[in-house]
Design a protein around this ligand. Structure first.
Ligand code: ZN
Length: 197
């Protein structure tokens, strides 16, 4: 969805996952700090996440706007972002929430299977292989990623509920929340987001 909206508005998608990988590869002080944390498998603290995002949003391609993906994930991050944007004369115009039933999220992620040989992705519910456990393309064996197991997905959802979901209330109070029914096709969802924006 972020890619579709970004193309429509001609502004960049700022994905924190991508930034972290890129920042870690830079030989700056911040880059070394981030690489150290990632390599140690540590949680990246709010202060560093915020610093990295500010740094990215200061680049010229963000001058006419941007879409944030994967950030903010905590109230502290949202507050710091708002403060910093205000100091540069900017603000967040909209926060989009895609409502998908928890049952459906668990089912979508935990039914993903990948071919060991050619890496093609299947979904045992929505896109099953012709022969159970075997890749249609190369006959390779299908496997499940460790972070796609039902238990891990449930843990990721628990972290989301505790740390990220409070942001919906936060942005509701600022009257910029857009709630979208996410149980539909990609095209239906993106045309609704575009029309509301
Ligand atoms: Zn295959």
């Amino acid at each position: 969805q972020t890619k579709l909206i970004a193309a429509d508005k001609n502004i960049p998608v700022i994905s924190t996952g991508d930034i972290f990988r890129k920042t870690a590869a830079e030989s700056t002080e911040l880059g070394k700090k981030v690489a150290g944390l990632i390599n140690a498998g540590s949680f990246v603290p709010d202060e560093i996440v915020i610093e990295v995002v500010k740094n990215r949003l200061s680049k010229p391609d963000c001058a006419n706007g941007f879409i944030l993906d994967g950030f903010p994930r905590t109230l502290k991050q949202a507050e710091e972002l708002e403060k910093w944007l205000a100091s540069t004369g900017k603000k967040i115009d909209a926060a989009v929430v895609l409502d998908v039933e928890e049952k459906s999220i668990i089912q979508r992620l935990s039914s993903r299977k990948i071919c060991k040989v050619c890496k093609k992705e299947y979904n045992t519910v929505t896109l099953p292989p012709k022969k159970d456990g075997i890749c249609d393309l190369c006959g390779g064996e299908l496997f499940q990623r460790a972070d796609d197991t039902e238990d891990t997905v449930k843990h990721r959802l628990a972290v989301y509920k505790e740390q990220t979901r409070p942001l919906i209330e936060y942005y509701k109070k600022k009257n910029i929340i857009i709630e979208i029914d996410g149980n539909r096709t990609v095209t239906a969802i993106s045309s609704e987001i575009k029309s509301v924006l």
